[in-house]
Design a binder for this molecule. Structure first.
Ligand code: SAH
Ligand code: ZN
Ligand code: ZN
Ligand code: ZN
Ligand code: ZN
Length: 467
């Protein structure tokens, strides 16, 4: 178990190999009038087979891929009785957090007034406790003497939700978080919409409260409601990035809108690090909606953005995601490019930096900013390729035939003249499959051919009939 598996699953999924049986599930998206679960409007799916849609369409929870976390399910054409509707509404109400965000903000104000000796955090309920509540939590484990420093780094205090399918909270290593923030500052941004990046948000918040001349602000959007204990309604919105749902309703939506549109939308960047199991098209659709909110007031900001080389159509964005999703992301955001920088994580043994003898991280930054502006640290081995006009990994050799630095994983790739492209160093050309593959692979059988054209030798993601 662990990151290796996650990476492998992700890679298979990115190549369209996963899903029940021989087919898979296709996402149809957010449908008007969709029923809701506790996580907002459900998404519409259809079961596919051999690349064709077939069978009934159904609604399922947008946020939880594990039925244990939310078992919402409804056929699209299903008649739902009044009794079941009422029960569902009741269920949705019961699954709301016990305190509202407002209440949590009030509780926090009272909490910080307490002397250190009375500041407790219940580890089982993941909750700051006021003295009157100690009794109720008396047989729970708790931390005491919660310092101001601890309150300023909630991501250290809260345990990371590691449920692989649903939350998958992988926190940035300090080095990567610092790198991102320095990059954001060097590019001249003043506001960061942190979507699923609590640690980046926390770094910005704590610098803003400590350093007088620090001008960057951040708004955190995350589905993890525990953060509402530490941030006001102007600093955190309870948000589901798979269906663009604000749990706090219109007021929260407006907070986000104001944040994006302040100063005519100038100097704002969105940074997101979604769970990797996530459905790329659902994420892309939400991110496009956030971009559209920004675009409303972008018009006057065009001059500034021309200066920093940004395509003036889009809100600047860093989407942090594994490299094997590159083609999926580019499908939805053709203006994006993938940077070679390897993003490291704290609680993910396998995703730490290669230089220290551990495995290399497959996680990259995708951005719509001009690649040459994303300066990667030379002391970590990145160098500037003058032909590609971007920073690349030290092992990423420029290929004269492809005319580009082709490595995706930081290792030196080799050019295959038969495939007419660069491939992983561990691959060899297989005449049977007519493409490069691992030496010990099992050759594609005709009956397990491509979903699109049915031919052997490739998967649907690389099907020649699609290009
Ligand atoms: N590396 C980041 C954390 C990324 S982990 C950091 O250190 O700041 C993924 C984050 O996305 C978690 O904070 C998790 O709570 C959040 N998340 C998971 N599912 C979500 C959803 N459906 N909507 C919004 N946020 C979600
Ligand atoms: Zn749900
Ligand atoms: Zn090449
Ligand atoms: Zn080859
Ligand atoms: Zn073969």
């Amino acid at each position: 178990e662990g990151g290796g598996n996650m990476a492998a699953t992700g890679e298979a999924e990115a190549e369209g190999l996963c899903g029940p049986g021989t087919g898979g599930l296709a996402l149809l998206g957010l449908a008007p009038g969709a029923p809701s679960c506790p996580h907002g409007p459900a998404l519409l799916f259809v079961k596919t087979s051999q690349g064709k849609e077939e069978g009934r369409r159904f609604y399922a929870c947008s946020a939880c891929r594990d039925r244990k976390d939310c078992n919402f399910f409804q056929w699209e054409d299903e008649k739902v009785s009044e009794t079941r509707l009422a029960a569902r509404e009741e269920h949705n109400r019961n699954h709301q957090p016990s305190f509202t965000h407002r209440q949590n903000v009030e509780r926090y104000k009272n909490f910080v007034l307490l002397p250190l000796s009375k500041r407790r955090f219940c580890q089982e309920c993941q909750q700051l406790l006021l003295p009157a509540e100690w009794e109720k939590h008396s047989d729970h484990q708790f931390l005491c003497d919660i310092s101001t420093a601890q309150l300023k780094s909630p991501s250290q205090l809260l345990y990371p939700l590691e449920n692989k399918k649903t939350n998958a909270q992988y926190l940035f290593a300090d080095r990567s978080c610092q790198f991102l923030l320095d990059l954001i500052i060097d590019l001249g941004f003043r506001r960061v919409l942190s979507v699923g990046t609590p640690r980046l948000h926390e770094m910005i918040q704590s610098k803003a409260s400590q350093e007088e001349d620090f001008r960057v602000r951040s708004l955190l959007l995350d589905i993890d409601f525990r953060y509402s204990q530490f941030y006001t309604e102007d600093e955190f919105c309870h948000y589901n990035m798979f269906n663009h749902y604000f749990f706090g309703g219109e007021a929260a939506r407006e907070t986000c809108r104001k944040f994006l549109c302040q100063d005519h939308g100038e100097r704002v960047i969105m940074v997101t690090d979604p769970p990797f199991g996530g459905l790329v098209e659902a994420l892309a659709s939400s991110f496009k909606k956030l971009m559209a909110v920004w675009k409303e007031t972008e018009k006057e900001a065009a001059t500034y953005y021309n200066q920093i080389g940004r395509n003036n159509q889009e809100m600047p964005m860093f989407w942090i995601f594994p490299y094997f999703f590159e083609s999926r992301i580019l499908e939805f955001f053709p203006s994006f490019s993938m940077m070679d920088y390897q993003v490291d994580y704290d609680n993910h043994a396998l995703y730490k930096h290669g230089k220290t003898g551990r495995r290399q991280s497959p996680v990259r930054i995708f951005t719509n900013l001009t690649p040459s502006m994303i300066v990667l640290p030379v002391e970590e081995g990145y160098r500037f390729c003058t032909i590609c006009q971007r920073y690349v990994s030290s092992g990423n050799q420029h290929c004269d035939i492809c005319n580009s630095c082709m490595s995706k994983d930081g290792r030196r790739w080799k050019h295959c003249v038969l495939c007419k492209k660069c491939v992983k160093p561990s691959w060899f050309h297989c005449n049977n499959c007519n493409c490069c593959a691992l030496q010990n692979h099992t050759c594609e059988k005709t009956d397990a051919g491509c979903f699109v054209c049915g031919k052997a030798g490739h998967k649907r993601s690389t099907c020649p009939s699609l290009s």
